[in-house]
Every structure is written in C-alpha cells, then in structure tokens.
Design a protein around this ligand. Sequence first.
Ligand SMILES: *Cc1c(COP(=O)(O)O)cnc(C)c1O
Length: 426
Amino acid sequence: MKTDAIYKELGISDQVLDYCRKVEKGLEDRFARIDETAEYNQMKVIKAMQENRVSDVHFAATTGYGYNDLGRDTLEKVYASIFHTEEALVRPNLISGTHALHVALSGNLRPGDELLSPVGKPYDTLEEVIGIRESAGSLKEYGVSYRQVDLLPGGKFDYQGIAAAINNRTKLVTIQRSKGYDTRPTFSVEQIGELISFIKSIKPEVICMVDNCYGEFVETIEPTDVGADMAVGSLIKNPGGGLAPIGGYIVGKRECIEQASYRLSAPGLGREVGASLGLNTAFYQGLFLSPTVVAGALKGAIFAANVYEKLGFAVVPDGKEERYDIIQAITLGSPEGVIAFCQGIQAAAPVDSYVSPEPWDMPGYDAPVIMAAGAFVQGSSIELSADGPIKPPYAVYFQGGLTWYHAKLGIMMSLQKLAEKNLVTL
Ligand SMILES: *Cc1c(COP(=O)(O)O)cnc(C)c1O
C-alpha cells in the first residue's frame, strides 16, 4: 500500500506499523464518540459566529489605542455565545494562560479578601501569582490571603474540609479543571458543576473561577454551563486551534469581566482599548478549527495510552478511561526511555524534525528536563509536544497534535525510537 511505503520512508518499521495498526483497530468506537463531540462543538462554534454576524470586516487590523475595534468586540461576543456567558475578554495582550489567570484573579480580588483552591495545589506558575512561593507582585503582597483544601485519596473533593475553609473573607474560589502535570485525575465538567453547587450552597456570592486550560471542546459543555462565574484559558492551547500565535481568554459574568478588564488595561479604560494588530483572522479561524483540532489531539492521547499500556507501561489516564483534557502521561521507567520517546516526537514534527532534543537544566526545575516540540507557534501545546523530567518514575507528558494523522505518526515514531534502543519488545 502507498501509505505503508511512505511510513517506511519516514522511518517507521513494518513491526511498529503492524502493532500500531492493531491498536488503532480496537479504538474505532472511542474515535466515533470523539467525532460526535467534535461535530456538536463545530456546530456550536458556527452557530455563535452566525448569530453574531461575523463578517470579513472583522478581520481588519487596528493599531494604537484600538478604540472601536469591531473585530475584537465581535470575537468577544462569539466567545460569550459559545461559553453561554454575559461577557468575554479575548485578547492578544493576554499573553498566556498564566497571565489571563493573573488578570482574572487580581482584577476581582481586593486587599483583605481570601482566595480558596478546593482542589489542592494549583498549576506551578500560579504559585508565584498567588504567593504560595514568595514572589514580587504576588496577590499575597497585595494583602490577599490564600487557603487550600487538598483532594481526598482517589482525587475526590473533601466536602467537609471545603465547608470548613469557606469563611467571611472567602471572595473567590479557583478550580483547576485539568490535572496539568500533576498526578490527580482531571475533573469532568459535571464534577466541577457539583463542586460549584456545593460551594454556592454555603456562600452564594462567592466567585467561582475555573482554570479551563486544556479542557475546551473536550466535552459538549463547558464549566460556565454548570455555574462557573468565570472560565479562563490560553489561545496557544485548545481554543486557538493552532492558528492563534498568542493570546488568552476570560469569559464570565459581566461584573467579573469588567473587573478583569480594568486590571488588563487600566482603571477607567477597561475593555475599550487594546488594538488587535491584525491577529483577528487567526483568532476567528483558529476558534473555527478548534473542535476538530481538539478531537485529533484526543485521538492521539487515547492512541498513545493504548499503544504503551499494552506494552506494559503505566499510563494516566489509562487506555479505557473517559477523557476530560488532552494530556497523556506515560511512565517509561528509565532516562533512556524518556529521551527516546521525546526524540521520536521531535523526529515526527513538520518543523525542526532534524534536531534531536537533549535534557537540560531548566531554571525552576529540580532535575534536567527534556522537551520535544516542532511547532509553528513557539511553546504551543495544542501542537504535538512532549516533555519529561529526568527523574523517577521517568514519565513523559504528551499532548496536542493539530491533526490526528500527525499525532499518530508522533506516537509511532516514539515507539520506533524505543524499539531501536531495545527498550521495548513488540
Ligand atoms: C498551561 C496551563 C496554565 C497556564 O500556562 P501558560 O503556559 O502560562 O499558558 C495554567 N493552568 C493549567 C492547568 C495549564 O495547563
């Protein structure tokens, strides 16, 4: 077959190809369900664009202050329609997920308020935003205290502990949907809804914010459909569809979005300013593609889980579990395994495929880290990427893939590299 031949030309052996084809064959039902979700979400996006009368005039660039940027304002209405919220901020000058989360938090919290995380420790970069790790400019420095309730064994919510932690200073609750690079499970939107209902039954006026990174379009509902007052994410992950070269979003209640906008620009200015600099087309088109891109990334994650689980490696989530984000962890058990895996992902990339990643001592990490990414947008993790710290248990975190076929090649190439080093027997 022609396809077999080109896989061979790319460096995939018959053995790896045969094994992976068998695995893929067993995933047809799963993939069909992912396609159903993608179909629904594609219609949701098109409906939102039609209802808000998206037109080619919205693709024009603004510069300077960016007053009356119709494209920007309409894009924000489209996001608000998709997430079923009153308002949205979708901006290139929200420069990352961490920045968007910082703006949402610091815009809505005041000195004397308390922030609560009822789902354990938040994503690494938020430790400095909050002041869990000492940091100049943290919320802690501005007199915002922080409280955390850890999850119970098995990743369950500690309802008793949460009830005890809510007090008269609790102003905002931050709920991280994805496990990120932690070992706890990722929460479904339904679980998040249950948690929010519980919190609101104790203190109805508390603001519930969801860190939605890596979760967008994985399900047919979003956290704002189940009571979240704000949801926040990065455009170089799911909703940018691989085309957004930068950006973040905050969707939610009018009051929350306005408060955030005064922190993003300046008090008095808010959302009226902020030029889109010609990026609107990429934001619209990326959002349009996002449901199918997310579906491809999900298929890649499920394929990876099954390819490696059947070879005896520990995988989280496992090959059969329901998915609530696009991240896949695989424990390879040796430094050589982590390195070979990442080198395979790199070798399958459309960009920089000829370079070979090596572990290095990245600032802020206690062990050397190896990263593979051959991406069109630097640091984009909706594109096929993998990384792992060189320390026990020698796990890699794998995510993304703008197309299923690319994700599939990446996984096959990773296995090929492991096979060549005799780290697996097929
Ligand atoms: C990626 C991510 C963030 C933000 O990261 P950035 O690299 O700043 O975009 C925050 N929370 C979670 C769970 C994430 O996965």
